[in-house]
Design a protein around this ligand. Structure first.
Ligand SMILES: NC(=O)C1=CN([C@@H]2O[C@H](COP(=O)(O)OP(=O)(O)OC[C@H]3O[C@@H](n4cnc5c(N)ncnc54)[C@H](OP(=O)(O)O)[C@@H]3O)[C@@H](O)[C@H]2O)C=CC1
Ligand SMILES: O=C(O)[C@@H]1CCC=N1
Length: 274
């Protein structure tokens, strides 16, 4: 990003805001272009220390002069936050970028008072190291320039993909939003299994972690389908085949499908709760 970057305000300075601000400053956004509102004094101090951004206790103080406001609070408090914010930004109508899971654009617009340009984004925690994956969708009030601003902000944190319909955001949330936790769980389980077979925990964790990195990099860098990469590891009658048969006997794909379905349903329930 350049010095013509939009002035960005974050409302909520928790985990995801920390990740996104880290990505922005690493990729060249001047800290002076970023304001953050966060009620917790210790978190405010950490954001100021880590990134040199201006911090505020109140959202209204952070959004004054902002071109783009990132809504990075929990879904449960977003209604109250928007209702308080709407009248303060109604004259200028900056772009709102919400990263809240399960909250629809029309709900946010209603809470704000109506007629706001809004982009809904679903990032994930690897945004912290620039390896995030984010799904995006905009409403009709967002201009092409504003869509590009939202995309640039999230691209600083990794890959982005626009989706065609908002109801697909529940699938994005269940796939890439929650997805890092699925891979962490698999690494935990692999580590425990290897320890049960006698490997020291430190060695098991190091090998499981590096295997996860290696598999991930091969997926990204080879451009080959995951099935092809899997088949190349699987010698006929060998160890991998034996392991994959055990996964199949436990109906691993069905279990993964059920997990994603549960996350999709939870996203829908969160929307319905507002
Ligand atoms: N974690 C993840 O992997 C992902 C999360 N998300 C979404 O991102 C959003 C933020 O999640 P996450 O960062 O994990 O949550 P956090 O709880 O870490 O961050 C939210 C922050 O907002 C603060 N806050 C509460 N009320 C206000 C207010 N009125 N004004 C300003 N700040 C306020 C909270 O303070 P306090 O705790 O004191 O209330 C907290 O520090 C959620 O909506 C979530 O659905 C999206 C993608 C991935
Ligand atoms: O678990 C959650 O609800 C949030 C959204 C995606 C990742 N974390």
């Amino acid at each position: 990003m350049s010095h013509t970057d939009p002035a960005v305000a974050f409302v909520g300075g928790g985990n995801m805001a920390h990740s996104l601000i880290g990505a922005m400053t690493r990729t060249g956004t001047a800290p002076a272009r970023i304001q953050v509102a966060e009620p917790d004094a210790a978190r405010r101090a950490q954001l100021a220390r880590d990134f040199g951004v201006a911090v505020h206790a109140e959202a209204v103080d952070a959004v004054a002069g902002a071109d783009l406001v990132v809504l990075a609070v929990k879904p449960q408090v977003l209604g109250a936050v928007c209702a308080a914010l709407g009248p303060r930004i109604a004259a200028r109508r900056p772009l709102l970028v919400s990263i809240a899971a399960g909250v629809r654009i029309d709900q946010i617009d209603t809470w704000l008072g109506g007629g706001f340009p809004i982009v809904r984004a679903m990032p994930n925690t690897p945004a912290l190291i620039g390896a995030g994956a984010t799904g995006l969708i905009a409403n009709a009030a967002a201009t092409a320039d504003q869509r590009a601003q939202a995309e640039a902000l999230l691209t600083a944190a990794g890959r982005t993909a626009w989706i065609a319909r908002e109801d697909l955001m529940d699938a994005v949330t269940a796939l890439s939003g929650s997805g890092p936790a699925y891979f962490f769980l698999l690494v935990e389980a692999l580590e425990d299994a290897a320890v049960a077979h006698g490997l020291p925990r430190e060695t098991a964790r190091a090998l499981a972690t590096q295997t996860c990195l290696g598999a991930g990099r091969m997926l990204v860098e080879s451009g080959e389908p995951p099935a092809t990469l899997r088949e190349r590891v699987t010698s006929p009658g060998g160890t991998t085949q034996a392991a994959l048969e055990a996964f199949a006997a436990g109906d691993f794909r069905r279990l993964v499908g059920q997990a994603v379905e549960a996350a999709v349903q939870r996203g829908r329930a969160l929307s319905a709760a507002h």
